[in-house]
Design a protein around this ligand. Structure first.
Ligand SMILES: *[C@@H]1O[C@H](CO)[C@@H](O)[C@H](O)[C@H]1NC(C)=O
Ligand SMILES: *[C@@H]1O[C@H](CO)[C@@H](O)[C@H](O)[C@H]1NC(C)=O
Length: 346
């Protein structure tokens, strides 16, 4: 008991000496929480208690995070920067936050993300990037974000997403994608495949709702039939795995330097799902009709030949017995049938 009190007083001393509570914040030493929300702050307060684990900076006007902005609070577990004015994040902004588990960046003005920006966050489990203007999600390389279970990017401007970027996040369990500008052409085929296996394995998602092309507007990518993506397969089949081929889809916006012209054209024409399917189907249909017609014709001719042969044979037989033709074809047949039935019974 005495020991506990001693350490507690030491801790409080430390709080007051090393990092006192900034004027605009409320510090709760017991929960190691510092609340600086809704204070009109334009930057991160410089003097924060070093043992802070939960830091509320939401509803301010912070427009920039310098490199190592939080190096003085290395024990942070929760960092809420929602509803600020961040438009970019310096690659080293979160350096030193080896314990951070929740990072909330919703309702800012982020347009792009550096692939290394979250590299220093090995324990991150929840990342909220919703309500920004992000156009592209980078691939978070290496060991980064290997523990991320929940990723929210609703209400941004994503048009496409490479499946490899999601494959780099092995612990993902919940993924929120709604209200983006998803372009459901061949570029999203890889994402469709990935999402199917994600959902099959129990992953939770609010779906990829297409906003282009017009015929798929409002439709969930997972519900677009596979057949319509068959036009994407030649594009994928040109040697190399699916993802390598799909990585080429960046060329619509940023042509890479060494891409052969022929392939660029091909990807352009093959990437739209709607018009290409019809001529192929039509050709198939015509071919099927022609082949069916030919086969039917041959069968009909053979049947005709058999009928003529049969009639001729019957006529010859009838003449041989000196009976009129009508009697041969008429009442004789049933008797024969009956007779054979009798013998089989006996
Ligand atoms: C966002 O923060 C501003 C203050 O900077 C505040 O007036 C506004 O109500 C906040 N918005 C939300 C949705 O909390
Ligand atoms: C981020 O903050 C917003 C607004 O305060 C909240 O609705 C959301 O749940 C938070 N996200 C996470 C992952 O905590």
């Amino acid at each position: 008991m005495k020991g506990d009190l001693f350490w507690l007083s030491m801790l409080l001393l430390l709080f007051h000496k090393v990092g006192s509570c900034p004027g605009k914040c409320l510090c709760h030493p017991h929960t190691k929480t510092v609340d600086c929300s809704r204070q009109g702050l334009r930057e991160v307060p410089s003097e924060l208690p070093p043992r802070t684990q939960v830091l509320h900076l939401q509803n301010n006007q912070i427009g920039e995070l310098p490199t190592s902005a939080f190096s003085r609070t290395p024990l942070l577990r929760v960092l809420d920067l929602s509803n600020n004015s961040l438009s970019t994040l310096a690659p080293g902004a979160f350096l030193g936050l080896g314990h951070l588990q929740v990072l909330n960046l919703t309702q800012n003005s982020l347009q792009s993300l550096e692939s290394k920006v979250f590299q220093s966050l090995p324990q991150l489990q929840e990342l909220d990037l919703s309500f920004n203007n992000i156009r592209e999600l980078p691939r978070f390389g290496g060991e980064t974000l290997s523990r991320l279970t929940r990723l929210a990017i609703q209400r941004n401007q994503l048009q496409k997403l490479h499946r490899a970027h999601l494959e780099a996040l092995p612990s993902l369990r919940a993924l929120f994608f709604k209200d983006n500008l998803w372009k459901c052409n061949c570029h999203l085929f890889g994402l469709k495949l990935w999402m199917e296996s994600f959902v099959y394995k129990g992953g939770v998602t609010d779906g990829v709702i297409c906003s282009a092309p017009d015929i798929w507007k409002g439709k969930d990518l997972l519900k677009i039939p596979y057949e319509l993506y068959s036009v994407c397969l030649p594009l994928l089949g040109n040697g190399g795995p699916v993802q390598a081929q799909l990585s080429g889809f960046a060329y619509q916006d940023f042509p890479p330097p060494r891409q052969p012209q022929e392939q660029v054209d091909k990807s352009h024409s093959d990437c739209e799902l709607k018009p290409k399917t019809r001529p192929v189907n039509l050709r198939h249909a015509i071919a099927t009709v022609v082949i069916t017609g030919v086969i039917c014709g041959i069968v009909c001719l053979m049947m005709l030949a058999a009928a003529i042969y049969g009639c001729t044979y019957a006529a010859i037989m009838a003449k041989g017995h000196g009976e009129p033709l009508s009697q041969v074809n008429g009442p004789r047949k049933p008797r024969e049938a009956k007779g054979s039935a009798d013998t089989s019974l006996a």
